[in-house]
Design a protein around this ligand. Structure first.
Ligand SMILES: NC(=O)c1ccc[n+]([C@@H]2O[C@H](COP(=O)([O-])OP(=O)(O)OC[C@H]3O[C@@H](n4cnc5c(N)ncnc54)[C@H](O)[C@@H]3O)[C@@H](O)[C@H]2O)c1
Length: 259
């Protein structure tokens, strides 16, 4: 139990990778606050954790709203007596041609993926600094943040921003022994990719499911990534085994991208 006695907040924890990370953290002994846009979905993950003997609570928090973000961090402290780990997992993506990418699309992705991540990190860091016992912040970047993609300009840019914000935040918080790192997953089998597949299929005039099949066929390790593949690395970065690691972004993508 690597996270025994720790308190974690996971944004976007109702489904996909956030859910897997919340479940894994609870298995490792952490108490977990799961925040998401919908209360029922967040509570569902918390109930699964409770049913297997873990400690978790679900609540609504839109990471774009600074007041809701403060309330989320306050709730974790009120419920579990402190805060040790923040996972900035909430994220959104849209597949769009270059010429059809609008201000609204750009703002939507940057508001959630970048601004929301910053508000959550600031709110969590204030508590961690005050506590004086260090902490861990883990940001969900993407292989999309390592490169450009013709049909994912704004999403790629927002995830490159996550990598940059991770580096700056790590340097700002290093004096407080707060480690800040990012994960760059590849093609992960979550509800997110069901939507991405549909959007690619429409733009490329392919049957639904075919884009996912083609992209997956190119993964060196030969299978689609599961949310649990990411959760294990997140648990490592949240643990004391990673106390000397900060400012890094780890590719967890089956070998899709080399650096
Ligand atoms: N699925 C992939 O292939 C993949 C690959 C690389 C990176 N990522 C990133 O990993 C993270 C998780 O992805 P996923 O595949 O599990 O996504 P998902 O869409 O399955 O789940 C994302 C969760 O975030 C929540 N969310 C969205 N906007 C929010 C907001 N404003 N405030 C709070 N919660 C919000 C959603 O309600 C949802 O529960 C995202 O940041 C995503 O960009 C995904």
């Amino acid at each position: 139990m690597r996270l025994s006695g720790k308190v974690a907040v996971v944004t976007g924890g109702a489904q996909g990778m956030g859910r897997a990370i919340a479940l894994r953290f609870a298995q490792e002994g952490a108490s977990v606050l799961i925040a998401d846009l919908g209360l029922e979905a967040a509570q569902q993950t918390a109930s699964e954790i409770a049913a297997s003997g873990g400690r978790a609570v679900g609540m609504v928090a839109d990471v774009r709203d600074q007041e809701q973000v403060r309330a989320m961090i306050d709730a974790a402290v009120a419920q579990y007596g402190g805060l040790d780990i923040l996972v900035n997992n909430a994220g959104v993506g849209r597949i769009l041609p270059f010429l059809e990418t609008t201000e609204k699309d750009w703002d939507f992705m940057f508001d959630v993926n970048c601004k929301g991540l910053l508000w959550c990190s600031q709110a969590a860091a204030r508590v961690m600094i005050e506590q004086g016992r260090g902490g861990k912040i883990i940001n969900l970047a993407s292989q999309a943040g390592r490169r450009g993609e013709a049909l994912a300009l704004a999403y790629c840019a927002s995830k490159a921003c996550v990598i940059s914000v991770t580096q700056s935040t790590a340097l700002a918080l290093a004096p407080h022994k707060i480690n800040v790192n990012a994960l760059a997953p590849g093609i992960v089998d979550t509800p997110f990719w069901i939507e991405v597949d549909k959007q690619f299929a429409k733009l490329l005039d392919l049957p639904v499911g075919e884009p996912k099949r083609r992209f997956t066929a190119e993964i060196p390790l030969g299978r689609i990534e599961q949310p649990e593949d990411v959760a294990g690395v997140a648990a490592f970065l949240a643990s004391s085994d990673a106390d000397y690691i900060t400012q890094q972004c780890y590719n967890v993508d089956g070998g899709n991208w080399p650096s």
